[in-house]
Design a protein around this ligand. Structure first.
Ligand code: NCD
Length: 431
């Protein structure tokens, strides 16, 4: 009898970008063969479906702990797999912030007990963070590093930024940067928010970080909100992340005082949003910056409402909607949501070739309308309500179906998923 995990799974009639139709044979968490397949223990027909290597989202805030009402590892990772994402990178602006090796170890244990996805953990950058301790405890990257204040994250000083970049460069690690400069003033509407956290401030913050990086630390810029910000980063110099909300939403779509559109960096005008979309080819990765807050918190007076938008579940479905409308190519969606982020994370890519990680999501070729009632984040609301998208029918992690038509199946940690635990350890990990 076959061991669990050694079962043969066959995805039949997969349309591989480029035009070839082939069967994909999976065993032991990996793609074994692409071409005509024999009989599998489990067979999944993919005729007239879109089969995508599953997403790797380098920017999610899983919250939990005292912020369970916003999200837990269980609700957040269910939301991810229901949106075709099987790898998430958690951000450290939790309560308390993740700044020590013990807190990182606790975070890994908490995540491992609940997660429906693979995951990596980032370490926080503050003046008293134990950088080397967290690196050895297995964090993926340092950040997001707040070069501007945001929800539960104070801006770090130039001297802390400089010092951290020097240290991290010495370990050949990665720093992820939240680049903003903030002007004081009344913050009562979405237009105010855009004005106080301006595009020019975003560009200056990027330039300052690049100038301070005299030791050549590897940098990843989070959630760039404008074409000017994209252009401020030399190609190949650092990776450039853009969120679905900056691509698909402008503040004009909301009532002026509706804090559901409040996020950092802010939603921009429709003109700036369009210019950002026109930089599509220069965007390295799409990351959700999934930043769940409850509906009640977002219903507060604008000035007092927290910033952040939930989006891990709608990220690839919104992009797939644009694929169906022929506005973006499926190859680009795969590159920006799966291949490139997996490469940055340093894990085997999910894909169609022998040896690839067998993480897939299978999509129908029909548009549906987004409704928060059908989403799984504890946040319970979505700024994309009513917009069209294509949601996956099935999500596969290491050859095992973990989501099927609204039903979830928890990954079994006793199995070997492509030789790695659900936890993806950073390169500095030492026992
Ligand atoms: C994020 C959050 O709520 O954690 N909020 C946001 O507006 N993007 C923090 C952050 O990523 O800046």
């Amino acid at each position: 009898m076959l061991e669990k995990g050694q079962e043969i799974v066959v995805l039949r009639d997969v349309l591989i970008p480029g035009g070839r139709v082939a069967d994909i044979t999976i065993s032991n968490g990996q793609v074994m063969h692409t071409g005509a397949a024999g009989k599998g223990d489990l067979e999944i027909s993919c005729r007239e479906k879109f089969v995508l290597p599953a997403g790797t989202d380098l920017h999610v805030h899983m919250r939990d702990g005292p912020q369970k009402a916003k999200e837990t590892w269980e609700s957040g990772t269910k939301s991810a797999i229901a949106g075709g994402v099987t790898v998430v990178v958690d951000q450290p602006n939790t309560i308390p912030p993740l700044t020590t090796s013990d807190l990182i170890r606790d975070r890994v244990m908490l995540a491992e007990s609940q997660a429906y996805t693979r995951f990596a953990i980032n370490g926080g950058v503050t003046s008293d963070a134990d950088l080397i301790g967290m690196w050895r405890a297995g964090i993926f990257a340092f950040g997001e590093t707040f070069a501007g204040p945001s929800s539960y994250g104070e801006a770090v000083s130039s001297s802390v930024l400089r010092y951290t970049m020097e240290q991290v460069a010495g370990w050949d690690g990665l720093m992820t940067i939240h680049a903003e400069q903030v002007t004081e003033g009344p913050d009562r509407t979405l237009a105010d928010h855009d004005h106080l956290r301006s595009v020019s401030g975003e560009v200056r913050a990027i330039q300052d970080v690049l100038t301070m990086n005299t030791h050549g630390c590897n940098l990843h810029f989070c959630h760039l909100s404008s074409a000017d910000a994209i252009r401020a980063i030399p190609g190949g110099g650092a990776s450039r992340e853009v969120t679905p909300h900056h691509l698909f939403l402008s503040y004009e779509l909301f009532d002026p005082e509706d804090a559901q559109g409040k996020v950092n960096p802010p939603l921009r005008s429709e003109k700036v949003r369009r210019e950002l979309f026109s930089c599509w080819d220069q965007i390295d990765i799409i990351g959700s910056d999934h930043a769940p807050h409850t509906r009640a918190e977002k219903g507060k007076e604008f000035e007092h409402a927290p910033s952040g938008i939930p989006g891990v579940e709608t990220m690839i479905p919104l992009l797939m909607g644009r694929v169906l409308e022929k506005k973006v190519s499926i190859a680009d969606v795969i590159a920006k949501t799966s291949f490139r982020p997996s490469e940055i994370l340093g894990i085997t890519k999910a894909g169609f070739s022998p040896g690839d990680r067998a993480d897939f999501a299978i999509y129908p070729d029909t548009l549906t309308r987004i409704s928060a009632d059908n989403l799984h984040s504890a946040a319970g609301w979505s700024p994309y309500e009513g917009m069209t998208a294509v949601f996956p029918e099935k999500t596969i992690l290491g050859g095992t179906v973990v989501f099927d038509s609204g039903e979830f199946f928890k990954p079994d940690l006793s199995e070997d998923y492509s030789g790695i635990r659900l936890w993806i350890q950073g390169r500095g990990y030492s026992l």
